[in-house]
Structure formats: structure tokens, C-alpha cells
Design a protein around this ligand. Structure first.
Ligand code: FMN
Ligand code: SF4
Length: 504
């Protein structure tokens, strides 16, 4: 398989000077000479789709920003570097090797949508990436490369939902990482109490504010949220043109994608591949295949899409092909499961992850999600009775009811795929033929070092109220609204537990 280096350089670029000496910066220089709408049109023609998971066309999003500009308040470009999807380590890999590609992409985006500010939304625990980005900003400002655009780093919390774009914007505005109804392309949305002058800033939520729709809410200016990898693609598209970008990939999924392979493979790693490469080749090339004597049973593309069974491994890694088999590309993170992995334990692990990380603004998602997680744990431990399986099915059918964000749909999609595609695994547990196994550990990747993935082992102790107390308080994260500023309780030190194996 051909590995490529459009956005993930083969080795780390150590300074802005080095980046510029390797023809970095040419996209930004070109962008500064054309009308901003030419940039929007170029991105539209390129067909670049957001690499944060949803695959939304980037040029279309940029056009929305331009159409919703405020005449009074400046637009902000927010770089989504929150990367918390289990099995994904591509944004941190890009930032470690070259924050410059991303910074240049963000500066071009600012030029295109008329923004005066770029905020890098990272996590405080991403110490290496924060240091790399901060150093790049110092260089860009000192050399005048960033022009009049203000550059900032926001060091956010570890919660999975922080990466959801409305939650990211909420957190940057000093509130909790709870998804809101107001559209993603607004920041500075004030909560009802704030608007009436009542509350301490930062204490409440804009969760129910709906007023910031297109054309309205001039005090809530547009904010363009784009993923790290998406923005890293931008400089070369502008420098070389939309047709060049389309020279690799498929019609609907042009370009490349940075994939992460972990799980039951000989090694774990991250590499950039051409869109449309068969999944089997991606796994072979990055992961070195399975251990001697073992076969792949399934592949899980993060926790947002259904599991892919072994007989569909030749499916191309493209948005359209993955959707056609009832799964998705997600953020290009593929967790491989061989024939030793119990998929009911996997479903229980995913369900626990999503149940714990749910914020609790929607009852079916949080309460229903935790219930499904408990039932799947019983199934996995082979402690289920006749009522367990029907209760799981009923829970999965309802978990996404009235969901405010996509997390609840993820819960439905992943668990449903295991129930539907691997009935024999369930049957083995229900009939008592399978040994009881604890849930598979599904958690954020902390690092990939020497070909071995390191997971956030502390997630095992995370409670559904987002604390690490010994006992679950029974409260939901959303119950904490009004308790104080979000930062007071979330920026806790994390002790990473290194794991070389994803099984418990
Ligand atoms: C629960 C949840 C978590 C998410 N986490 C991330 C994340 O860590 N990084 C990211 O770029 N997008 C994440 N997303 C997707 C963002 O909401 C959004 O689609 C993306 O930042 C848009 O950028 P793009 O168009 O460049 O992909 C998440 C979405 C959901 C529902
Ligand atoms: S769907 Fe779940 S995670 Fe999303 S806002 Fe509702 S409760 Fe929170």
C-alpha cells in the first residue's frame, strides 16, 4: 500500500524556518493575493470533507460562515484538536510532527471567512501538542507570518464531549462541555440568564438557547470549527489547486486520510493513506496484520459507527463505501479484534464509555445509556436472565430519542451492529456456552509509543458524574450546572495507566 505524506510529514518539522524552507507557507502567500470567495470556491471544488468524523464538506461550511458574518463582531476560527475518539491518534500525530501545516490551514481559513482570531482547542493533558502549538505561535507572531490574526491556545478538559463542536464552543466561552441547540457556527451565545443580566458569567449554560440561527443573533458571531487534519489539508489545496487534491482518492472522498490502527494487530500506529484503499490493506500496512495463528473477527471504526465483520474487510476506506456497508469512516481510527476477542464484551465496553461520557441533558441517552451498559455487562459476564436481552433491545431502540447531539446515535449504532451482525456471540453468552468476561476497555488513547498503544486506564474508575470518586454520587454531569465555573472541578491531574493490551 502506498503511504503518502500530504498532511503527516515523514519526520517532525522542528521550526517555522524549516517549514518555510520546504515550501510551506506558499498556500498562505497565495491566499493573501486572491478574493476570499475564491478560497471558498477552491475548497468546494476540491471536495475536501471534514476529518473530525462527520465528513461534512469543508467548502460548504466555509460558505455558511461567510453568509452569516456579523457586521459588528469578528468571526473566529476554532481548530478542533480535542481528539478523544477511542482508537484515534491522528490529530496529535499531525500536531507533533508539524503544527505548521495546521496553523497555515487555519490562517487561510481565517482569510477565507474574514476571521480575526484563531483558537486552537486542545486538551490541557496534551502537554506535547500544547507546547508544539504554543512554540509555533510564538514563531509565527515574531516573524509576522500570522499578520493581524490573533492566535490563542485553549487548554480544555479531558471529557469526550469536549470534542463535539457546540460543546467545544461552550467550553471556550467558559461553560461546561455540554452540547447546545444553537448551531455550531456561533460562538459567544449567551445563556438566558446572562442575557437578562442575572447570572454570574460562566455559571450557566446556553444549552437551550435557540436564537442563534442563520441571519439572526448578531451578538453571537460565527465561529468556524474545523478539525486539525481538515485544516492541515488546506494549504496544499490552495497552493496546488482543487484538481491536484483530487488526483488521489475517490470522486466523493478525494484526497488522503490519516488512519490509526490499534487492537489485535502485531503493532499499533498512525499513517496517511489514500482514500479508497481497502481496509484490509490499511490494517496490514499500518498494523502488520494479526498475531500468528489468529484471524480478524471484526474491526471497530471508533465508537461512532457499527462494527465491520471480517467478510467486509475489502471495503474501501471512503465515506461512501463505509456508509454502504452500514458503518462509517469516523475519524479513521480502526480498532482490530481477532478471534480471541469477545464482541459482547466489546459492546459492553463501548456502552460504558458512551454512558459515562454522556452529559445527561437527554434522559434516554444518559439514564437509558447507563442501563444498556449495565445489561450488556451482565450479558458479557454471562450473568444474564431471560429479561436481559429484550431489555437491551428496547434500550437500544430508545437511547437516541430526542437526542440533542450525535453521541446517543453512536450508542445506538455500535450496540445495534453487534446485536445484528454477531448473533452467535450473544447466543453463546445467553446459553451459557461462553465464559463470562469483563467489558473490553474502551477509552481515549494517550500515546502510541514503539508500536504499542497506551490507553487511558483511569477511565475504568471514571464515574457517570465525571468524577473519579469511589462511589457514584447519583448526580449527572448536567446536574452540576450552577455549581460553579466548569474549570473549578474539571482540570484535575490525570495519572496515565499504560496498557499494552486492550482486554481487561
Ligand atoms: C461526541 C462527539 C465527540 C467529537 N469529538 C471530536 C473531536 O475530538 N475532534 C474533532 O475534530 N471532532 C469531533 N467531533 C465532531 C465535531 O462535532 C465536528 O463535526 C468537527 O469538529 C467538525 O470539523 P470537520 O468538519 O473539520 O470535521 C465529535 C462529535 C461528537 C458527537
Ligand atoms: S445526546 Fe447525550 S451526550 Fe448529547 S446532549 Fe443529550 S445527553 Fe448529552
Amino acid at each position: 500500500m502506498r503511504k503518502v505524506h500530504r498532511v503527516l510529514p515523514a519526520s517532525a518539522i522542528s521550526s517555522l524556518e524549516e517549514y518555510l524552507s520546504k515550501r510551506g507557507g506558499e498556500g498562505l502567500a497565495a491566499a493573501r493575493t486572491v478574493d476570499p470567495m475564491v478560497l471558498v470556491e477552491t475548497l468546494e471544488a476540491s471536495g475536501l470533507r471534514g476529518r473530525g468524523g462527520a465528513g461534512f464538506p469543508t467548502g460548504v461550511k466555509w460558505r455558511t460562515m461567510v453568509e452569516n458574518r456579523s457586521s459588528r463582531v469578528g468571526t473566529t476560527v476554532v481548530v478542533n484538536g480535542a481528539e478523544g475518539e477511542p482508537g484515534t491518534f491522528k490529530d496529535r500525530s499531525i500536531l507533533r510532527r508539524s503544527p505548521y501545516h495546521v496553523l497555515e490551514g487555519a490562517l487561510i481559513a481565517a482569510q477565507a471567512v474574514g476571521a480575526d482570531r484563531v483558537i486552537f482547542g486542545l486538551k490541557r493533558s496534551f502537554t506535547l501538542e500544547v507546547a508544539r502549538v504554543r512554540a509555533a505561535i510564538v514563531e509565527a507572531e515574531a516573524s509576522g507570518w500570522s499578520g493581524e490574526i490573533a492566535l490563542e491556545v485553549f487548554e480544555g478538559p479531558d471529557e469526550y464531549l469536549y470534542g463535539e463542536e457546540t460543546a467545544l464552543l461552550e467550553t471556550i466561552d467558559g461553560r461546561y462541555p455540554f452540547p447546545r441547540l444553537a448551531p455550531p457556527f456561533r460562538r459567544g451565545v449567551r445563556s438566558a440568564t446572562e442575557r437578562h443580566g442575572g447570572a454570574r458569567p460562566g455559571v450557566t449554560s446556553a444549552a437551550t438557547v435557540q436564537m442563534a440561527g442563520p441571519g439572526g443573533a448578531t451578538d453571537a458571531p460565527p465561529a468556524l470549527v474545523d478539525n486539525v487534519e481538515t485544516l492541515a489539508n488546506v494549504p496544499r489545496i490552495v497552493q496546488r489547486g482543487a484538481d491536484w487534491f483530487r488526483t488521489v482518492g475517490t470522486e466523493q472522498s478525494p484526497g488522503t486520510i490519516v488512519c490509526t490502527v490499534t487492537g489485535s494487530t502485531r503493532r499499533h500506529g498512525v499513517a496517511e493513506v489514500i482514500m479508497g484503499t481497502p481496509l484490509r490493506e490499511v490494517i496490514e500496512s499500518i498494523g502488520g496484520g494479526t498475531r500468528e495463528g489468529h484471524q480478524i473477527k471484526a474491526v471497530m471504526p471508533g465508537v461512532a459507527n457499527g462494527l465491520i465483520p471480517a467478510d467486509l474487510l475489502d471495503t474501501p476506506v471512503s465515506y461512501e463505501a463505509m456508509n454502504a456497508i452500514g458503518s462509517g469512516v469516523g475519524s479513521g481510527g480502526f480498532i482490530v479484534m481477532d478471534d480471541t476477542v469477545d464482541l459482547v464484551a466489546v459492546a459492553a465496553g463501548v456502552s460504558r464509555f458512551l454512558g459515562v461520557e454522556s452529559c445527561g441533558q437527554c434522559t434516554p441517552c444518559k439514564q437509558g445509556g447507563l442501563k444498556i451498559s449495565g445489561l450488556l455487562q451482565q450479558l458479557s459476564l454471562s450473568e444474564a436472565d431471560d429479561r436481559t436481552f429484550p431489555a437491551v433491545e428496547a434500550g437500544v431502540a430508545a437511547v437516541a430519542d430526542s437526542a440533542r447531539c450525535y453521541l446517543a446515535h453512536q450508542h445506538e449504532a455500535v450496540v445495534h451492529s453487534v446485536l445484528e451482525r454477531f448473533p452467535e456471540e450473544l447466543e453463546a453468552h445467553l446459553s451459557g456456552r461462553a465464559d463470562g468476561v469483563p467489558p473490553y476497555l474502551v477509552a481515549e488513547l494517550v500515546d502510541i509509543s514503539d508500536g504499542v498503544a497506551v490507553l487511558d486506564g483511569r477511565f475504568r474508575e471514571k464515574q457517570p458524574d465525571w468524577t473519579f470518586e469511589e462511589v457514584f454520587s447519583g448526580k449527572l454531569p448536567a446536574d452540576r450546572l450552577g455549581e460553579g465555573r466548569y474549570g473549578d472541578w474539571t482540570f484535575r491531574p490525570r495519572e496515565w495507566v499504560s496498557l499494552t493490551d486492550t482486554t481487561d
